[in-house]
Structures are given as C-alpha cells and as structure tokens.
Design a protein around this ligand. Structure first.
Ligand SMILES: NC(=O)c1ccc[n+]([C@@H]2O[C@H](COP(=O)([O-])OP(=O)(O)OC[C@H]3O[C@@H](n4cnc5c(N)ncnc54)[C@H](OP(=O)(O)O)[C@@H]3O)[C@@H](O)[C@H]2O)c1
Length: 327
C-alpha cells in the first residue's frame, strides 16, 4: 500500500510517499481502507519532535514517540474510510461500514490502509457527509470538548474563545454554543464572518481591538491557539473564572499553582482524556446539524509536504484534509 513515511525527526521534507506492507487486522481490529485523513498540529509537532517548544518538551516528545528515531513511521491520526476486513472477535463493525475516528498518538492514518481496535475512538460515519468532511471531525473537536467539559458551560455563562478560527477554535465555538454559553470569538479580520456563522454571539478582530482592554469580563477564557496567557487574561476573568489552555509548558505549573491558590484557575489537561463516547457524541451533533468540521484546503496524499508546510504557517482556518483514494 502507499503510505507517507518518515524515519527521522525534521522538517516537512523528511516525509515521503512509499510502498509499505499492508497491515493485517488482529482478532479485535478492523482493517480500514482510508479515503481521507488530515494533517494537523499533532502530526507537525510529532514530526519535528516538538523542537520549537524547547529542549525539555522536545525530550518528553521523544520519550513518547522514540528517543533517536520515530518508532511509528506513519503519521496521521484522523481518518474516514471503509471497513474492508474484520478480526474474528469484532462484533460492532462489518465489512462495508463507513467509519471515522482518530488513532491519537498511535497515528498510522497517512496510508491507504489502517488497522484499529474496534474499542478505539471510532464510530460509523454520520449520515449525509463525505469522507473528506468526516476525516477532520475529531482532532479539533475532541481537544475543544476536553477543555470545555471542565468549564461547566451552560446558559448564561460567558466564554471568550481566542483563536476561534483554528481547528480547536472552530470546534470550540460550535460546542460552546451547543452547551448554551454566550460566545465571543476572537480572530483575524478575514475569519470574522466564518466565526460568526459558526454561532459566536459576537466576534472581536484582534488586529483592531485588544479584548483585555475593553472592560468586558468572562466566566471562561479559552485560549484555543496557545497564543495568549493567563497573566494577560486574568483581568478579563470574572471571580472564579477559568483560563482553559491548549498549549504552553508554563500552563502546567500554573494549573497546579492556581488549583491551590487564588480565585481564578488555569485548566490544562495533559494528556487530554478523550473517549469513544465523545466520538459518538460528535456523530450525533453532526447528524443534528449542530456541528461541522471547517475545511480550509484539501491536498492529495502525494502532496503531503505542501499540506504540511501550509499547516506549519499556523494560519490555516479549521482543518487541512489529505485525500487518499476516491470513493
Ligand atoms: N490539533 C492538535 O492535535 C493539538 C493538540 C494539542 C494541542 N494543540 C495546540 O493547540 C493549539 C491550536 O491547535 P489548532 O490545531 O487548533 O491550531 P491551528 O488550526 O493551526 O490554528 C490556526 C489558527 O491560529 C490562529 N492564529 C495563528 N497565530 C495567531 C496569533 N498570533 N494570535 C491569534 N491567533 C493566531 C489563526 O487565526 P487567524 O487567521 O484568525 O489569526 C489560524 O486560523 C496549538 O498551539 C497546538 O499546538 C493542538
């Protein structure tokens, strides 16, 4: 089968498309013919061993994915495709089922075929959407959901989402709206209309206005793109307010510190706890037309290096899809 492989950490150019052996499903696994996958920030960080986050984080990253070289040579966590074989013990899926999901840090989805346990974060595809629309449903949304679950969002709670146009941000706006919160999205001028269309009650263009200086306050500030800080947001949080972080080593310490001291808290869950139930929840939301994955661009698998370079600009809007084979 064709797959994108890499055998050393480095720039996007370490990725190459090669023929590799097709995996064979174990007793509890399904074999999926992948039609679409994505390039996301998890792929990018893992491929470069998180080197941009400093030596300590890079070392931790290598402990997880291979000290000298990557143990798993095929990246790609999200996918949508068709089940083409099942192990003897599989009861929940059958050949011909269309499924979507994520393998998380087990990766392996930048390939024509993938084996996943039926207990993994996979589900039947929501009805009425394409493989390209289903592949990017999990990464941003599961990361956003993990954060938002800790914020007790409900009607009347005010949340500000900084970085509302990224994979996590576009999902966060829709999910916060679904939970009934009053949502303010912050993004660049070009993404204002999109963020409004996703359900934000109001939008702030960060090139024109600094939300920390407009005297508005919130119960929750969700830094969905890791570009803000608790220190700068603190004055915009109500008493008992939460700062939800998605990135930044310092936030680990702040989360521990604020759990014991002070009224305003930093919440940063590492590793994020994401479940199969969460994936089933997303499927229901998509079918109820309460959630969709925003797609910026799609590239064929062969153009994975270009797709990766684009993701690395940190300027994508929503998600970048890789099409693997046509339905
Ligand atoms: N995706 C994952 O698997 C994952 C997992 C854990 C943690 N994270 C971390 O979570 C964060 C968000 O991930 P993501 O996948 O949602 O990112 P993303 O999709 O790559 O985010 C892209 C968006 O970030 C915005 N942005 C870029 N620079 C900005 C700045 N200086 N100020 C404000 N907004 C800026 C851009 O919005 P505008 O064009 O509107 O400026 C763009 O739409 C990243 O720090 C990532 O490392 C990601």
């Amino acid at each position: 089968m064709r797959a994108v492989v890499y055998d050393r950490y480095g720039p996007p150019e370490v990725l190459r498309v090669e023929d590799v052996e097709r995996p064979v499903p174990k007793e509890d696994e399904v074999l999926v013919k992948i039609h679409a996958t994505t390039v996301n920030r998890l792929d990018v960080h893992t491929r470069e061993a998180n080197v941009k986050s400093g030596l300590a984080v890079s070392f931790l990253s290598r402990l997880v994915s291979g000290l000298r070289r990557p143990r798993q040579q095929i990246l790609g966590s999200e996918f949508a495709g068709e089940v083409v074989a099942v192990g003897a013990g599989v009861t929940g899926f059958a050949v011909g089922n269309h499924i979507f999901g994520t393998t998380g840090i087990r990766f392996g989805a930048h390939a024509e075929f993938l084996c996943v346990p039926e207990s993994a974060r996979i589900a039947s595809m929501p009805t009425g959407i394409s493989f390209e629309q289903a592949a990017p449903l999990c990464d941003g949304a599961l990361n956003a959901l993990t954060c938002l679950k800790q914020a007790d969002l409900r009607k009347g709670r005010r949340i500000l989402i900084f970085g509302a146009s990224g994979a996590i941000g576009t999902a966060g706006v829709q999910l916060a709206r679904y939970f009934g919160a009053d949502v303010t999205g912050v993004c660049n001028t070009k993404n204002l209309e999109l963020v409004r269309s996703l359900g934000a009650d109001r939008v702030i263009d960060y090139t024109q206005e600094d939300f920390t200086k407009n005297s508005q306050t919130y119960d929750v500030i969700f830094d969905a793109v890791g570009k803000h800080s608790f220190k700068r947001c603190k004055g915009s949080l109500n008493q008992g307010g939460l700062y939800l972080a998605t990135d930044g080593f310092r936030n680990l310490f702040l989360a521990l510190w604020t759990a014991r001291f002070g009224d305003k808290k930093v919440v940063f869950q590492i590793p994020p706890r994401q479940t199969k139930q969460d994936v089933l929840f997303l499927k229901e939301l998509v079918e109820a037309r309460r959630f969709r994955a925003v797609i910026d661009r799609a590239y064929p698998l062969e153009q994975v290096v270009d797709a990766t370079r684009y993701v690395e600009t940190e300027q994508k809007t929503g998600n970048v899809v890789l099409t693997v084979s046509r339905a």
